[in-house]
Design a binder for this molecule. Structure first.
Ligand code: PEP
Length: 249
């Protein structure tokens, strides 16, 4: 079963209107493989979603960086899945490690968010990954399996889910996982899906890597059989994001 290469750009809490317009101009001018080969999704902060959605080339899509865990209402400061759907935002990132660690989002809370977002028709980039401490303790696979298990317990359809393996020690640190390290975890995750969800889901779910991906290291990572693309932070704000998209070829 073919898995289309996926490249996401997580702009995090960055940008002014001028900077966003500049990034969009660069993306719009970039020569990239056809959408048959690579799916590109960029994720600006909430306030810039309408601007990016209307100005971005039509072959690239947009994602929110989070959404509320249930129907909107009296939840000050939150943005609901319904609002994203109302704005025709197709994707949402859920469970990014910055939210898990800083805002203390638990595996269960993240899983509830994934399930609710899917139930509203959003597609989800679900993030998982171990801390340095957990890696050094040898519990990487157990940690990501536990995070995936929480999600698997609450959803029945994986068609609209991309699983982003993002080791916390690699995010924003310049310390990228080696292609072998990424491949090993992606392989284990696929094996976990095969045993605990289904062989079909294991074969068709895209597992992308995130953590200090750059134009310089993306080719080698992309060459690994279980690496189906990237979630890119810092480098997605720069022209080199185009080169990362090209690693799909
Ligand atoms: C991210 O925030 O998802 C990420 C991978 O960041 P960076 O590429 O900057 O490490």
């Amino acid at each position: 079963m073919g898995r289309k290469f996926f490249v996401g750009g997580n702009w995090k809490c960055n940008g002014t209107t001028e900077e966003v317009n500049k990034i969009v101009s660069t993306l719009n001018a970039g020569e990239v493989p056809s959408p048959d080969v690579v799916e590109v999704v960029v994720s600006p902060p909430f306030v810039f979603l309408p601007l990016v959605k209307t100005s971005l080339r039509p072959d690239f899509h947009v994602a929110a960086q989070n959404c509320w865990v249930k129907k909107g209402g009296a939840f000050t400061g939150e943005v609901s899945a319904e609002m994203l759907v109302n704005l025709s935002i197709p994707w949402v990132i859920i469970g990014h490690s910055e939210r898990r660690l800083i805002l203390k989002e638990s595996n269960e809370f993240v899983a509830d968010k994934v399930a609710y977002a899917l139930s509203q028709g959003l597609k989800v980039i679900a993030c998982i990954g171990e801390t340095l401490e957990q890696r050094e303790a040898g519990s990487t696979v157990a940690v990501v399996a536990e995070q995936t298990k929480a999600i698997a317990a609450k959803i029945s359809n994986w068609t609209d889910v991309v699983l982003a393996y993002e080791p916390v020690w690699a995010i924003g640190t310049g310390k990228v996982a080696t292609p072998a390290q990424a491949q090993e975890v992606h392989f284990e995750l696929r094996k976990w899906l095969q045993a605990n969800v289904s062989p079909d889901v294991a074969a068709s779910t895209r597992i992308i890597y995130g953590g200090s991906v750059t134009a310089a290291n993306c080719k080698e990572l992309a060459a690994k059989p279980d690496v189906d693309g990237f979630l890119v932070g810092g480098a997605s704000l720069k022209p080199e994001f185009i080169d990362i998209i090209k690693s799909a070829e």
